[in-house]
Design a protein around this ligand. Structure first.
Ligand SMILES: CC(=O)N[C@H]1[C@@H](OP(=O)(O)OP(=O)(O)OC[C@H]2O[C@@H](n3ccc(=O)[nH]c3=O)[C@H](O)[C@@H]2O)O[C@H](CO)[C@@H](O)[C@@H]1O[C@H](C)C(=O)N[C@@H](C)C(=O)N[C@H](CCC(=O)O)C(=O)O
Ligand SMILES: Nc1ncnc2c1ncn2[C@@H]1O[C@H](COP(=O)(O)OP(=O)(O)OP(=O)(O)O)[C@@H](O)[C@H]1O
Ligand SMILES: N[C@H](CCC[C@H](N)C(=O)O)C(=O)O
Ligand SMILES: [Mg+2]
Length: 492
């Protein structure tokens, strides 16, 4: 595609070369280490480095053109160099055009919120696949796929991919026959403009509670990042009426807003929740009708997620009864309240709760149905918001009978220091506790301590299959570890 067409109508200055003569044939790259000869390089400023330092490398690897924010000296004359005001804002423009604006050819649902994005995405996918026989693409924390076919992406791809990857993935999904895509919109992605130029039909808001304060600084800035999705980026919104942020969203939204809630009056409202170890029954009130419903995940939060998925599907024109029936048959979501039962009669819940609110919601749910003791094994990620550590310790102590604090991707931090920061919150509750830095040993200790009828919660990693210690990524899987150490009896 000609460079002039990629940038048509977008403010830019030609620093050297003739963009009318440049044909970008080999894609777009923002990382010189992943350049292909014939591609366009986009220089972006990062948290550690500035992509402008690597334009020379990109050219050596065969870049035919570069997009930059400032003039650079010494580049060979055959390379076309264009200056724009903000390369992060320009990347989605050129990426969406390069891949033929795939988001316009599909229904796109973007889910934002602190917790529940992956879960709601999987619920929407099940609702449309089972309830409407639709081919749905899913983009999020646990990868990208259309139906059961994975869409190839780099292992390091974040929850919400950079615009260059995002539009490539959307094109692949369209080519694989997807008519709808449901994707997670992380606050960092919204802040870093990865979702600009994506044609989003429905924006879904689940909730806002403390997390990612290392990235955003304050709750207000974190909220403002989430609100970007609703300030003109999506046509319609589906919002959680039980969360006060829904009021901010309604004030911003140019299009229709559909609400869901458990406590509050809402377009989709759940009442009469009955929770047990395998799921939650509730009554759904919508459009003057009452329907009996079930979601095969225990907890009030699971009902909130189901309501979000039903409402989003309904907004896209799908039948509420069919969608609700499909959610009743939701396949287990890896690492989200995934329950294993050991031959000794102990239930082990492996869950991705890695923030205060999610840990509290999951533990309150377990406490509600556990007949015996609740044993919690958890840690907090290194190089991630340290302000959540002591509060998570306190929550674990408040809801459990025994807590083992361990490691969860310490990354560049000292694992002992992370545990030191969790410890005061836990110690304040007086709950019996141990610290065992090695996660496998911690799980082993919990299994040894548990008796018939006890429930062990192993929180924080969910479906992750690794433990990042320093710069090493080692294979580690909570579920596999439980099976290896204790064996398993299938539960459902
Ligand atoms: C912390 C953060 O925001 N990182 C993003 C950032 O990377 P960075 O700041 O580390 O990059 P850098 O090393 O400073 O380099 C700056 C630029 O120079 C380029 N470069 C660098 C070195 C080189 O030799 N050649 C070269 O071209 C880099 O590719 C980059 O474009 O810029 C990159 C693209 O330019 C992003 O892909 C990267 O996202 C990484 C993958 C990431 O993990 N981000 C996190 C914060 C994230 O997005 N998380 C959310 C939230 C998850 C959740 O909800 O829990 C997510 O959506 O996953
Ligand atoms: N609506 C909810 N409210 C609070 N906690 C929830 C909710 N839904 C799920 N959780 C909890 O949060 C954990 C993570 O859920 P999920 O993976 O769906 O969230 P996410 O928003 O995609 O997270 P991430 O930001 O890491 O991608 C779950 O394992 C569960 O413990
Ligand atoms: N996507 C999130 C989840 C982290 C989960 C937890 N296991 C950790 O490593 O902190 C992140 O990268 O911040
Ligand atoms: Mg997720």
């Amino acid at each position: 595609m000609r460079l002039t067409d990629l940038l048509a109508g977008w403010d830019h200055r030609v620093l050297q070369g003739d963009p009318g003569l440049v044909d970008v044939q080999a894609g777009i790259a923002y990382d010189s280490r992943r350049m292909t000869a014939g591609a366009l390089y986009i220089a972006m400023r990062g948290t550690r480095r500035d992509g402008h330092e690597f334009v020379g490398d990109a050219v050596e690897w065969g870049a035919v053109a570069a997009l930059v924010e400032k003039p650079l000296k010494g580049l060979p004359p055959h390379v076309c160099v264009l200056q724009v005001g903000d390369t992060r804002a320009t990347a989605p423009v050129v990426a969406s055009r390069y891949f033929g604006e795939p988001s316009r050819e599909m229904d796109v649902i973007a889910v934002t919120g602190t917790n529940g994005k992956t879960t709601v995405s999987y619920m929407v996918e099940a609702a449309l696949r089972i309830g409407a026989r639709a081919r749905v693409g899913v983009i999020g924390t646990d990868g990208c796929r259309v139906a059961h076919e994975p869409v190839r992406v780099d292992k390091t791809t974040p929850t919400t991919p950079e615009a260059v990857e995002l539009h490539h993935i959307l094109r692949c999904m369209r080519d694989q026959g997807a008519g709808t895509v449901v994707m997670e919109a992380s606050s960092m992605a919204l802040h870093l403009r990865r979702l600009d130029c994506t044609d989003i039909d429905v924006g879904v808001f689940t909730n806002l509670t403390p997390d990612h304060l290392d990235d955003h600084g304050t709750m207000e800035k974190y909220k403002q990042a989430k609100l970007l999705l609703f300030g003109g980026m999506c046509r319609q919104a589906v919002v959680n009426a039980d969360d006060p942020v829904s009021v901010d969203i309604a004030a911003l939204m140019p299009g229709a807003v559909t609400t869901f809630g458990i406590g509050s009056a809402a377009d989709f409202r759940a009442t009469d929740l009955v929770v047990n170890h395998s799921g939650t029954r509730f009554e759904l009130y919508h459009g003057g009708r009452r329907r009996a419903a079930v979601v095969p995940i225990p907890g009030r939060f699971a009902v909130a997620n189901a309501l979000a998925a039903v409402a989003a599907s309904h907004v896209l024109g799908h039948d509420v009864d069919a969608v609700l029936a499909a959610i009743g048959q939701l396949p287990p979501i890896p690492g989200r309240f995934e329950t294993l039962c050991t031959p000794a009669g102990v239930s082990v819940v492996v869950d991705y709760a890695h923030s205060s609110d999610s840990l509290e919601k999951v533990l309150a749910t377990i406490r509600g149905f556990a007949r015996q003791r609740v044993i919690t094994v958890f840690g907090c990620g290194g190089d991630r918001d340290p302000t959540k550590r002591a509060p998570m310790g306190e929550i674990a102590g408040r809801y459990s009978d025994f807590v083992i604090v361990t490691s969860d991707n310490p990354r560049s931090e000292d694992p002992e220091k992370i545990i030191d920061e969790i410890w005061p919150g836990l110690a304040g509750t007086g709950t019996p506790r141990e610290r065992i830095t090695d996660r496998r040993e911690a799980i082993s200790r919990a299994l040894a301590a548990a008796d018939l009828g006890d429930v062990i919660l192993i929180a924080g990693k969910g479906a992750e299959t690794y433990q990042i210690i320093g710069s090493e990524t080692l294979h580690f899987d909570d579920r596999e570890t439980v099976r290896e150490l204790a064996g398993e009896k299938p539960t459902r």
